[in-house]
Design a protein around this ligand. Sequence first.
Ligand SMILES: [Ca+2]
Ligand SMILES: [Ca+2]
Ligand SMILES: [Ca+2]
Ligand SMILES: [Ca+2]
Length: 266
Amino acid sequence: MSFIGGIKVTADEFYTCWSKYDKDGNGFIEAGELDALLKDMVTRSGKEVNPEVLDEARSYYMGLLDENGDGKLDVNELAKLLVPEENFLLKFRVNEKLSSVDFMHIWRKYDSDKNGYIDKGELTNFLHDLLTRDESERVVSVQKLEEYQKHILNRYDTNNDGRLEIKELVGLLPLQENFLARFEGLEGLTASDFDDIFDHYDQDKSGSIEGAELEGLMKDCLARQKVEANYAELKENVKSILEAIDINRDGKLQKDELKMLFSKNK
Ligand SMILES: [Ca+2]
Ligand SMILES: [Ca+2]
Ligand SMILES: [Ca+2]
Ligand SMILES: [Ca+2]
């Protein structure tokens, strides 16, 4: 008889499941908690739940998951069954400050409901990835994650609203020096300065600046004027820039369009 295994989940789903099964919160799924998990797995495998099938499921899953053979599952053992998705932060170099474009990619990934803030559940996803980025095989306990979340909010949630906005997250993910700061005035750019700027923000070399690239550019433009925008303001700025200079109306800035941004901003 075959059962399903290796189910891919987001970090958020993983921790929701973990808290669901580890009811007493002692860091192990055991006894009755384990029965509830096995029942769900039998159902998900499309089989009828009866004592015989449950016994088979128990030996199948415990053989697969219970590495140290103590008859209960810890968080790392469960992660072999419910496999958290690939760590998004691995796409970015460790120990190096982020460009504003990389920062906006991270922001857009973890602000998953797009409300302009990293709320608590989103912060859990982010912290899971941050804590496991050096050891992709490892997952962290819910207790540790909560502890870390409190610590992060204490330290970086400067307006105490229980969530992080862009300038608060920058405290945690330091940025490189503003790429635009190296140019004295943006109106007197040489052709090669301009190419450097376009190449820097067109990170994926698609021939246009779009999405996180455009938000990163906007963030740097505003920072140059000493404006620390929140995400809503950033999007508002992107929108008005596109209205003004996105001549072919594709929602992206091609090179000739970007030129207008710098000739306008005198
Ligand atoms: Ca959010
Ligand atoms: Ca806040
Ligand atoms: Ca691009
Ligand atoms: Ca365009």
